[in-house]
Design a protein. Sequence first.
Length: 319
Amino acid sequence: MEKESRKVIKSLLRHLLKTALSIFLDFLITILFLYPKKKPCINKIGILFLKNLGFGDILMLSPIVHYLKIIYPNSKIYIITEWDELFLHEGTFWFKPDDFKANFDLLISPSSSIRHSLWIWRTNNFLGYFCTGKLIGNILNKNQKNLFINHNEHYLKRLLPIFSVLSNFAFKKLSSDIENNSVFYPMLISSDYSKLSFCNQNFASIHLCNDDFDREWDYDKVIQIINEFNKKCNIDTFLILGTRSFIDLKISQYINNKLTQIGISCKIINDISLHQLTFIIKNSCLFIGMDNGPSHIAFLQNVKSWIFYVSMDPNYRLP
């Protein structure tokens, strides 16, 4: 009990330290760039998606490249992230953080991360949520310095304050598209996974692994639902997807054992790339998951899905 209390206290102290550091950096950057620049000529745009952002976050915010191209049609957009290339869009290039050495004309941070703030020194102009949920940048005017992320609305709407600064036309276009459910999402990249031949093209895929424990559903209830569904539908097998992490392997093995015990054909597939994961989900007759990256892949590929939400409002998390 005492050991658990110490862990909770340490976690709380880390959170408080991170919060204090974020607020200090936000204040420091605001002071250093107190006077806004005139909107410059933009040719090279950087977008930061550094971890701790998951690839699901990147997919939800991926429309940013399309609407940036409306404003800067001749620009080159460089996505800086540790993740592999997730989608295709004309004039967009993907780089690992250590591999990109040049500077930018404009650097955008669509989601807050202290790590993003270290990149400010590599750009002439910056805009976004670098340290906290407050929009900061050196091209803001005095009427644009109190814009914040609203966590009680659709995730994509955090892009609206950014576009309200960059272009009134693009801001109105994105606002209208969100309202009318017509937002443009780039095409996802997938690569063939030859081992699928054993399934006879009739399989469902399952991905119930998540590092955020507050998003996990009761696995036994999910298995019960799968069993009821399997009685009514003719599915050859269920593919249990995951990664090679210890937690994922443990969850995958638990689900596999439970489904096997009740006579449901299933197979664990852990050693796959993101592109292969996209291919498998795209070719599934059904996807079963929770609030994580694979569920966004399923939605963007128009795959019939059952997504279990626990702590998040699904209206804020689609696609």
